[in-house]
Design a protein around this ligand. Structure first.
Ligand code: HEC
Ligand code: HEC
Ligand code: HEC
Ligand code: HEC
Ligand code: HEC
Ligand code: HEC
Length: 405
C-alpha cells in the first residue's frame, strides 16, 4: 500500500510518495518500523525529514513540527484519512490515500472548524433506584461545521500554530495564587511522531518547552494509555465518534462503513455507549478497553494539568485557586467526557459563560469555549437536573437521528 500525496505547505508544492508500511496501518508512526526492530530499512523517515534540503529544525520537510504534521493531517493533505484541522475522517482510497467521502467526525474535534452539535444536546431522565438521573448525547451538528471557539493549538486566521499558553494547574498545590507555567505546545508535545505503541501515539510524559519564567513540573510517573492492535493492511483505524456497544467498540474504518450509518452518526458526549442505555451499556472505549480507558486518559491530561485531579468534590485542597474540584477521574466522568482534546465550536453566548476569566483571574478571549462540547454550561445539565422537577422518561432536546449509537 502506498500513499500518494499532494502537499501544499508554506507556498511550496511537494509531490512525493509517502512512507506507509505495506503490512499495517498506523501511517509513518509505527514504532517497530521506526525503531528498526522490523528491519533497518525504514522508508517512513522520508515522509517527514530531509537530509540536506530541510525547511525546518530537526531536518523537517516543513517549517515547523506542527506544519509537518499538517502536510498529511491538514485540510489539503492526502497522506492521512484524518483531517485534524476540521475534525473529519475520510474513507480510505484504494491507493491508500485519503478519499473524498466522509467516514465520520473525529473524537478530538478540530483545530480550525469542528462539527460538534453543541446546541443540539439531548437529555433523557431515567430512574436509578429511587433517584432520577440523566443520560445525554451530543450529536454531530446538523447544519455543518463551524469555526472553533477554543483549541489546544489556537489558529490565527485559519493557520494552526504552536500554543504559547498557561498549562493550567501544572505543578503541586500552592497556597499562594499560582495558575501554572507558560509553555509551548505543539502536535509533537502530545504525540510521538515516531510511534511508541501508545493509544494515539500519546507521549506518556509530555514535556512542553517552557516559554515563561515559571518551571514546568513533569508528572512523577508515566501516564500510559493502552493501545489497540494496529489495523491490517488496506484498512485503517476508526477515529470517529461512531462506536458500538460491547467493550470492543468499533475499531476499524471498514467496520464503520459496514454499519451503514450516515457519516453524521455518533455521540460527542460519549459518557455511555450507547448513550441512552440504562443498563448493559459500556464506557467510552476507542481502544476496546472500557474498564480502563477513562482513568488512563484522565491521568494523561493530568500530566500537564496536575491540579485538576480531584480527590472528590467535597475535599478541601490546600491550594489558593483550585480549592474544590469536580470529580473527574472516576468512571464515565473523565476529562474527555466534558472536553475534546483538539478544538471545539461550542457557542458561549450567555454572559457568564462568555466572559469567564481563566484560573487566577486573567481575562480569557470573549466566548472562549474551554474545549467544552455543549453551549454555555449545558455541560452541567447533561448530567445534573438540580431543580428536581424533571421526572423519569422525560426527554429534553431534539431526538437525534440516528438515535444510536
Ligand atoms: C511523522 C513524521 C516523522 C517521521 C515519520 C519521522 N520523524 Fe523524526 N522527527 C519528527 C519530528 C516532528 C521531530 C522533532 C522532534 C519532536 O518534536 O519530537 C523529529 C525528530 C527526530 C530526531 C531528533 C530528536 C529525537 O527524537 O531523537 C531524530 C534523530 C529523528 N527524528 C529521526 C528519525 C528517523 C531515523 C526516522 C525514520 C526511522 C524518523 N525520524 C521519522 C517527525 C518524524
Ligand atoms: C506522511 C504523512 C503523515 C505525516 C507527515 C504525519 N502523519 Fe500522522 N498519520 C498518517 C497516517 C497515514 C496515519 C494512519 C491513519 C490514516 O489512515 O490516516 C496517521 C495516524 C496518526 C495518528 C493516530 C495514530 C494511532 O496510533 O492511531 C496520530 C495521533 C498522528 N498521526 C499524529 C501525527 C503527528 C503529531 C504528526 C506530525 C509530527 C503526523 N501525524 C504526521 C500520516 C502522516
Ligand atoms: C494537548 C495535546 C494534544 C495536541 C497539542 C494535539 N493532540 Fe492530537 N490528540 C490528543 C488526544 C488526547 C487525542 C485522543 C482524543 C480522543 O480519543 O478523544 C488526539 C487525537 C488525535 C488524532 C486522532 C483523531 C481524533 O480526533 O481523535 C490525530 C490524527 C491527532 N490527534 C493528530 C494531531 C495533530 C496533527 C496535532 C497538531 C496539529 C495534534 N494532534 C495536537 C492530544 C493532542
Ligand atoms: C464535569 C465536566 C468536566 C470534567 C469531567 C472536566 N472538566 Fe475541565 N472544565 C469544565 C468546565 C465547565 C470548564 C470551564 C470553566 C469552569 O466552569 O470552571 C472547564 C475548564 C477547564 C480548563 C480551562 C481552565 C479553567 O479552569 O477554566 C482546563 C485546563 C480543564 N478544564 C482541564 C480539565 C482536566 C485536565 C480534566 C480531567 C482531569 C477536566 N478538565 C475534567 C468541565 C469539566
Ligand atoms: C503538554 C501539556 C498539556 C496536556 C497533556 C494537556 N494540556 Fe490542556 N492545555 C495546555 C496548555 C499549555 C493550555 C493553554 C494554551 C492553549 O489553550 O492551548 C491548555 C489549555 C487547556 C484548556 C483551556 C482551553 C481554552 O479554552 O483556553 C482545556 C479545557 C484543556 N487544556 C484541557 C485538557 C484536556 C482535557 C487534556 C487531555 C485530553 C489536556 N488539556 C492535556 C497543556 C496541556
Ligand atoms: C458527566 C456527568 C457530569 C457532568 C457533565 C457534571 N457533573 Fe457534577 N457531578 C456528577 C456526579 C456523578 C457527581 C456526584 C459523584 C461524585 O463526584 O462524588 C457530581 C457532583 C457534583 C456536585 C456535588 C453535589 C452533588 O450533586 O453530588 C456539584 C455541585 C456538581 N456536580 C456541579 C456540576 C456543575 C456545575 C457542572 C458543570 C460545570 C457539572 N456538575 C457537570 C456528574 C457530572
Amino acid at each position: 500500500m502506498r500513499r500518494l500525496m499532494l502537499l501544499i505547505a508554506a507556498g511550496s508544492l511537494w509531490l512525493f510518495l509517502a512512507a506507509v508500511p505495506v503490512f499495517a496501518d498506523g501511517g509513518p508512526h509505527v514504532a517497530s518500523v521506526n525503531s528498526g526492530v522490523a528491519g533497518v530499512n525504514a522508508d517512513s523517515c522520508a515522509g517527514c525529514h530531509r537530509a540536506h534540503t530541510a525547511q525546518g529544525e530537526f531536518l523537517l520537510v516543513a517549517s515547523s513540527a506542527t506544519a509537518s504534521c499538517l502536510t498529511c493531517h491538514g485540510t489539503t493533505g492526502l497522506g492521512s484519512t484524518v483531517d485534524v484541522e476540521n475534525g473529519i475522517q475520510y474513507t480510505l482510497g484504494t491507493d491508500g490515500s485519503r478519499d473524498t467521502a466522509v467516514l465520520g467526525y473525529t473524537r478530538a474535534g478540530g483545530f480550525v472548524t469542528a462539527r460538534i452539535g453543541s446546541g443540539e444536546a439531548v437529555r433523557l431522565a431515567y430512574l436509578s433506584g429511587t433517584n432520577v438521573r440523566q443520560l445525554a448525547k451530543v450529536p454531530v451538528r446538523t447544519a455543518g461545521s463551524q469555526p472553533t471557539t477554543s483549541a489546544h493549538l489556537p489558529n490565527t486566521g485559519g493557520v494552526v500554530g504552536a500554543a504559547d499558553g498557561v498549562a493550567w494547574g501544572n505543578g503541586p498545590n500552592s497556597l499562594t495564587e499560582y495558575a501554572g507555567p507558560t509553555v509551548d505546545v505543539e502536535c509533537a508535545t502530545c504525540h510521538n511522531p515516531h510511534g511508541n505503541g501508545q493509544y494515539r501515539i500519546l507521549n506518556p510524559m509530555p514535556a512542553p518547552a517552557i516559554t515563561g519564567v515559571d518551571p514546568f513540573v513533569p508528572a512523577a510517573v508515566d501516564a500510559p494509555v493502552t493501545d489497540a492492535a494496529l489495523a491490517p493492511a488496506g484498512d485503517t483505524r476508526n477515529y470517529t465518534i461512531i462506536q458500538t456497544n460491547g467493550g470492543t467498540g468499533t475499531l476499524l474504518a471498514s467496520q464503520v462503513e459496514g454499519l451503514g450509518l450516515p457519516a453524521t452518526a455518533g455521540d460527542y458526549f460519549r459518557r455511555r455507549v450507547p448513550w441512552n442505555a440504562t443498563s448493559g451499556s459500556s464506557n467510552d472505549a476507542p481502544n476496546g478497553l472500557s474498564a480502563t480507558f477513562t482513568a488512563q486518559i484522565s491521568s494523561w491530561c493530568l500530566t500537564c494539568h496536575t491540579r485538576y485531579l480531584s480527590a472528590g468534590w467535597d475535599e478541601l485542597e490546600d491550594d489558593a485557586i483550585y480549592k474544590y474540584r469536580h470529580t473527574a477521574t472516576a468512571t464515565s466522568r473523565n476529562c474527555i467526557t466534558c472536553h475534546v482534546a483538539h478544538g471545539s465550536n461550542a457557542q458561549m453566548t450567555g454572559y457568564n459563560s462568555a466572559n469567564m476569566d481563566y484560573p487566577g483571574g486573567a481575562a480569557a478571549p470573549v466566548g472562549d469555549s474551554r474545549l467544552l462540547k455543549i453551549d454555555n454550561r449545558g455541560t452541567c445539565q447533561a448530567c445534573h437536573e438540580p431543580t428536581g422537577t424533571i421526572v423519569a422518561g422525560q426527554q429534553v432536546g431534539p431526538t437525534p437521528v440516528p438515535l444510536v449509537p
